[in-house]
Design a binder for this molecule. Structure first.
Ligand SMILES: [Zn+2]
Length: 231
């Protein structure tokens, strides 16, 4: 199955699928699969996704030949999925340069609000939110520039997501890179799948992850929540 001569004859999606399966890797909607995508694959994948979306429009009985509005929709949506709204699945993590904590900072840092955009895995409908990150560095912590937090958050959120899983993924990533004494994340988001469809009601959800000192030190947690919520 993973013989390169055999897989070369497969469509790009099946080649990537075969590599993931051979490596025993999970490829849920909110997993990044960039390391299994080789040069040229994304280009082919774009053609494949376009063809499938064109089929979808035809199945929805939309006359894309005569309706100039939908004439290029399949290609536009394919590009949007692969390179914009879901690029966090197909493109590698943006470079994040870490630098040592030379000043031995150990004060609470709060980053946010960071505007985040995602889509729910259930309906592929937008989730728009605001994210707050609290970091309590340790003397050994690696630090990263402020703008990197939003780039990394954006990479995690640019996938079909589930809000509770998105904050865990971001917390795991930041914890592994920064090695802080404490990490706190709060995400407040509006879910358009319950406004655009379903109950058509306001659907606002807030969830948080607390790690390290934020779990055991209620004063620190309080300080973070007060400062973050005031913004
Ligand atoms: Zn949904």
């Amino acid at each position: 199955m993973n013989d390169p001569k055999f897989t070369a004859t497969l469509p790009a999606s099946e080649r990537i699928h075969a590599r993931l399966t051979a490596a025993g890797r999970r490829f849920h909607a909110n997993d990044n699969i960039a390391e299994f995508i080789e040069d040229g694959d994304l280009h082919e994948l774009e053609d494949e996704v376009t063809a499938q979306l064109q089929g979808l429009l035809e199945t929805l009985v939309i006359d894309t030949q005569n309706d100039h509005n939908t004439h290029g929709t399949a290609r536009r949506v394919a590009k949007m999925f692969l390179h914009e709204v879901f690029r966090g699945r197909y493109h590698p993590m943006p470079p994040v340069t870490e630098f040592p904590n030379a000043e031995r900072l150990n004060e609470l840092m709060i980053i946010g609000p960071i505007t985040v955009r995602s889509a729910c895995s259930h309906h592929l409908v937008p989730i728009l939110g605001r994210l707050y990150i609290g970091v309590l560095p340790s003397e050994q912590s690696n630090l990263v520039g402020l703008s990197k937090y939003s780039r990394v958050a954006d990479w995690i959120m640019s996938r079909p997501q589930i809000q509770e899983e998105a904050v865990m993924q971001l917390a795991d990533l930041l914890e592994s890179r920064l090695k802080p004494d404490g990490l706190a994340i709060v995400l407040e988001a509006d879910h358009y799948c319950t406004q655009w469809r379903g109950v058509k009601d306001e659907a606002h959800m807030t969830n948080s992850v607390m790690r390290g000192q934020f779990l055991v030190n209620p004063e620190l947690r309080k300080e973070f929540l007060q400062l973050a919520c005031r913004r």
